[in-house]
Design a protein around this ligand. Structure first.
Ligand code: NAD
Length: 412
């Protein structure tokens, strides 16, 4: 994950160079506003006391309350949380949401804990940080290892201190102040943006052959959207491997299969099995890495045949590989825009909670399309005007907006 941090910093610096941002303002922009580290002692199911460490890093609030996920993973540490918090500042800015960036995490393996233990850890964590989060300050959301239920516990615990405040977290269960369409939003956003990208490049979905790595939340919803929009999805894959069919995968069948097999494609027989490495190098028109970071490296970049890549995962392309893809004239839609559908829907959930008015699914989908569409147009235009890649354009737009907010507030 340190690699992801290096990448964010690298792209930030490149945009800052383009914008001629002086050193003191760069320092201000890369330094988090606040870093909180807390001890979380709880009683385990067997009666023993165990202590865990939790973090919340609030990177920047020049454009509004800070927003970012809460991750439960054994490798969570301050460095990782810090880098992901900065990434959120740029992601919210590129989509023009009135937010800053934050991130949190607890170093635990949620799979090795009981539901009750996870609940106790979550509530104790809220006891420690409730003073620094809130609907107007910092709004957590689900991330790796956390889900809608975790958000419901956070809301409930926070309410004990501050009264009814559903807008303190997003990604809540739809039945408990959550937003219809929040769960599909990242994958759907990837699909919407894939459509906009190929259209700009003069392609039609029917002529666009797609390979998607990852069939979890993001990959499966993106596959569904692309299939319904008449793209030809030739390959899908997950941790169990890749699955390829020259005439197109039966996406609805694959979705059913995964649902019936604990969200895994292991044993899926309606396609040829290939390795995850081969999937990335297939002769297709559009490649969507939607699983892990760092999968396109200096080693395999020159073997990528797809002329278009949509970065659904965070940091799937390493910076040195990015240079090679650029030399091969491959169009890359960067992660800070490509997977921003989730935080955009989180914003709608927050608005819904503050309005005390339940949004319907159609409204969510329309607003998602509009918001991501506007962001896409601005990034595309910036890339054309400045003759830079879409990634550099996205960072220029994001960093420029944060600097402008600081200037207007009289800070920089
Ligand atoms: P998920 O856990 O639901 O799914 C991950 C998928 O990746 C699974 O299908 C898994 O089998 C697959 N996978 C794991 N290891 C693999 C490997 N070695 N090779 C190929 N596939 C492998 O996660 P998700 O929520 O779909 O997130 C996917 C990516 O998108 C992550 O990089 C995440 O950070 C990013 N992202 C997610 C969201 C969101 O709202 N869920 C938002 C922004 C970014």
């Amino acid at each position: 994950m340190a690699k992801a941090f290096d990448a964010v910093r690298f792209y930030f610096d490149r945009a800052a160079d383009q914008l001629n941002i002086p050193e003191n303002i760069r320092y201000l922009l890369v330094t988090p506003k606040r870093e909180v580290q807390v001890e979380i002692p709880i009683e385990m199911d067997d009666g023993a006391i165990a202590t865990f460490i939790g973090y919340r890093v609030q990177h920047d609030n020049a454009r509004g309350p800070m927003k970012g996920g809460l991750r439960y993973h054994p490798e969570v540490d301050l460095d990782e949380v810090r880098s992901l918090a900065a990434l959120m500042t740029w992601k919210t800015a590129v989509v023009n949401l009135p937010y800053g960036g934050a991130k949190g995490g607890i170093a635990i393996d949620p799979k090795k804990l009981s539901r009750k233990e996870r609940e106790r850890i979550t509530r104790k964590f809220v006891d420690q940080i409730h003073d620094v989060i809130g609907p107007d300050t910092d709004i957590p959301a689900p991330d790796m290892g956390t889900d809608a239920e975790t958000m419901a516990w956070i809301m409930n615990q926070y309410n004990k201190y501050h009264g009814f405040s559903p807008a303190v977290v997003t990604g809540k269960p739809v039945e408990l102040h959550g937003l219809p369409g929040r769960e599909e939003a990242t994958g759907r956003g990837v699909g919407i943006l894939a459509f906009k990208t190929i259209s700009r490049l003069g392609r039609k979905p029917q002529q666009t052959r797609v390979a998607i790595q990852g069939f979890g939340n993001v990959g499966s919803h993106a596959s569904k959207f692309l299939h319904e929009s008449e793209f030809k999805v030739l390959a899908i894959g997950d941790a169990s491997g890749g699955y390829y069919r020259k005439d197109g995968i039966d996406i609805m069948g694959a979705l059913r299969y995964a649902l019936e097999h604990h969200n895994s494609l292991a044993g899926y027989r309606d396609a040829e099995t290939i390795s995850n490495e081969d999937l990335l190098e297939l002769d297709v028109d559009l490649l969507i890495p939607a699983a892990l970071g760092g999968v396109i490296t200096r080693e395999n970049a020159s073997r990528i045949k797809a002329p278009i890549i949509i970065e659904a995962a965070n940091a799937p392309v390493r910076p040195d590989a990015d240079e090679i893809l650029a030399q091969h004239k491959i169009t890359v839609l960067p992660d800070i825009l490509a997977n921003a559908g989730g935080v955009t829907a989180s914003y709608f959930e927050w608005v819904q909670n503050r309005q005390h008015y339940q949004w319907g699914l159609n409204r969510v989908r329309q607003e998602l399309d509009r918001t991501l569409g506007d962001a896409f147009e601005r990034v595309w235009q910036t890339a054309q005007e400045r003759k830079v890649s879409l990634r550099t354009a996205a960072y220029i737009l994001a960093v420029g907006r944060v600097v402008e907010a600081l200037r207007l507030s009289g800070i920089a």
